[in-house]
Design a protein around this ligand. Structure first.
Ligand code: AMP
Ligand code: MG
Length: 491
């Protein structure tokens, strides 16, 4: 494989941000075996899938043979985990290989997860089991197909090595993912702390120098229009707040629960990142949470907007030294921006829900619907999908989702009076989401060597708005006697 020419990596992160990474190399993968390859994404990136399948290609996808000229690094970041600050997290088991500039001109990080211990690994083994890497592949690609900004998954390669987890030995794997960047709120927290100490991972630097370089890099990469603002760093903050308000609204529309919304898992780009204990809800219950380590339900479905705002407050704090010479003035400016989150979120939420019910004249209909769904907890996805059938005149299927269907009738009557557009509804209400029971079934089969279920699931989830005959099973919630679903962070 002519990796040198085919995979021409750039690395503006390494060029601009000394102090925020450590050059590192991947652990060996004794017997690499390609499990999944995203040919569509490879094509978008200008990569040849056939070449990625060769031994040289697998060397790139596992990090064991990085392309010539690439400088793999482990990125440094800090973060609040479940509300508690850790000054040094960083890529403990991941590497940034470099940036690919796609034929479209888009710049995408190629990043590997499960590529071995780095100096940020703390107690971890640096490895990743196959099932959670397949899970990230499946769910991130489903999110992308749903139209939710997300990192993407290029490939999963089994390493040929077992990794130990609570459940026993499991096959190890590396996930190759792409992202518009891996800049996190936690990256800014790390840079702010380094700046305050006058240190970073390597060289001693001046006061706010690392932080300023990071902010400039983020502006160039994600929000170039901020450059022309009167206060570019304040404008960067405003744009990230807006992007995250929009992102979390989209999560709410599709019923996605991230599960571990720590500040190190929140991007500056506005893409969803780090699919660990995430899952989609079935019944619309705002208190739903799935992660076995989220004992208090901090990251429950209905808490996500508030948590996003909390994380963005931490981002604002990190930016303070850049916002104004006078600290009180800087705090005043940051607070003003943070206060825009609620309005931005509510506007995005309402716009999306208005589209989901097929009407522009939404107003009190949305408030009443939110209360109705929270009280009676019908299946979130089926409720909206079946509502278009009600718009076409048959309310039977949607009424069936309620124990007492009559509770819906008053609302249905007011809603129908707005003349909802059924075809438009079908374009925004998915028939298929990654249902937990289907995901678990497909992952278990894949770990046993049968890739057919996950391939079918990827196919269906790749076109979530197109209902297909013969795929009814994929649209169904789990049966009434299904055990409560939990996700595990032991990834
Ligand atoms: P997460 O909650 O998965 O986003 O990860 C939080 C932190 O733990 C990050 O610094 C990860 O790199 C690190 N981490 C997670 N799993 C491992 C592992 N198996 N080995 C080393 N570091 C890990
Ligand atoms: Mg993370």
């Amino acid at each position: 494989m002519t990796t040198g020419t085919q995979l021409a990596f750039e690395n503006t992160f390494v060029r601009d941000l000394e102090g925020l990474y450590l050059p590192w190399t991947a652990a060996p993968a004794p017997e690499p075996r390609l499990v999944l390859l995203n040919e569509g994404l490879a094509g978008e990136l200008g990569l040849d899938p056939a070449q990625l399948r060769t031994p040289e290609g697998l060397g790139v996808l596992t990090g064991t043979a990085p392309p010539e000229g690439a400088t793999p690094v482990a990125q440094a970041y800090a973060g609040h985990q479940f509300g508690n600050y850790s000054p040094r997290l960083g890529d403990g088991r991941a590497l940034l290989i470099g940036e690919l500039v796609a034929p479209s001109g888009e710049r995408r990080d190629l990043h590997l997860k499960g590529s071995g211990r780095t100096p940020f690994a703390r107690g971890g083994d640096g490895k990743a089991p196959l099932a959670p890497m397949l899970r990230e592949y499946l769910i991130s690609e489903a999110m992308h197909a749903l139209g939710v900004p997300s990192t993407r998954s290029l490939a999963v390669v089994a390493t040929g090595e077992d990794v130990m987890r609570e459940r026993g030995p499991e096959p190890g794997a590396v996930l190759a993912r792409t992202a518009s960047s891996h800049l996190r709120v936690g990256t800014f927290q790390f840079a702010a702390a380094s700046s305050a100490r006058g240190t970073s991972t390597s060289t001693a630097t001046g006061e706010v120098e690392v932080l300023r370089r990071l902010a400039d890099h983020a502006i160039d990469r994600h929000h170039p229009a901020a450059r022309d603002a009167e206060n570019p760093y304040l404008d960067l903050y405003r744009r990230v707040v807006a992007a995250q308000a929009d992102l979390v609204a989209r999560w709410m529309h599709v019923g996605f629960i991230h599960g571990v919304m720590n500040t190190d898992n929140m991007t500056i780009s506005g893409e969803t990142i780090d699919y660990g204990p995430c899952a989609f809800l079935d019944a619309h219950d705002p208190a739903t949470w799935f992660s076995s380590i989220d004992h208090a339900g901090r990251y429950a479905y209905g808490n996500q907007p508030g948590i996003a705002q909390w994380n963005l407050a931490r981002f604002g704090e990190a930016l303070i030294p850049l916002l104004a010479d006078d600290q009180d003035e800087a705090i005043r400016l940051a607070t003003g921006v943070l206060e825009t989150f609620a309005d931005a979120y509510h506007a995005a939420r309402d716009e999306g829900y208005a589209a989901k019910i097929g009407t522009a004249a939404a107003g009190p209909l949305l408030t009443d619907l939110a209360a109705l769904l929270a009280e009676h907890k019908p299946d979130h996805t089926l409720f909206f999908r079946r509502l278009s059938t009600a718009a076409r005149g048959d309310a039977g299927p949607v009424r069936e989702l309620f124990a007492d269907p009559s509770v819906l009738d008053g609302w249905l009557e007011s809603w129908r009076a707005t003349d909802p557009d059924a075809a438009a509804m079908d374009r925004v209400n998915p028939a298929y989401i990654p249902r937990n029971h289907l995901v678990e079934e497909a992952l278990a089969a894949a770990v046993d060597g049968d890739l057919e279920p996950i391939q079918w699931l990827l196919f269906v989830l790749g076109h979530p708005y197109d209902e297909r005959d013969g795929f009814e099973r994929y649209a169904q919630p789990p049966g009434p006697d299904a055990a409560p679903f939990r996700t595990f962070c032991g990834t």
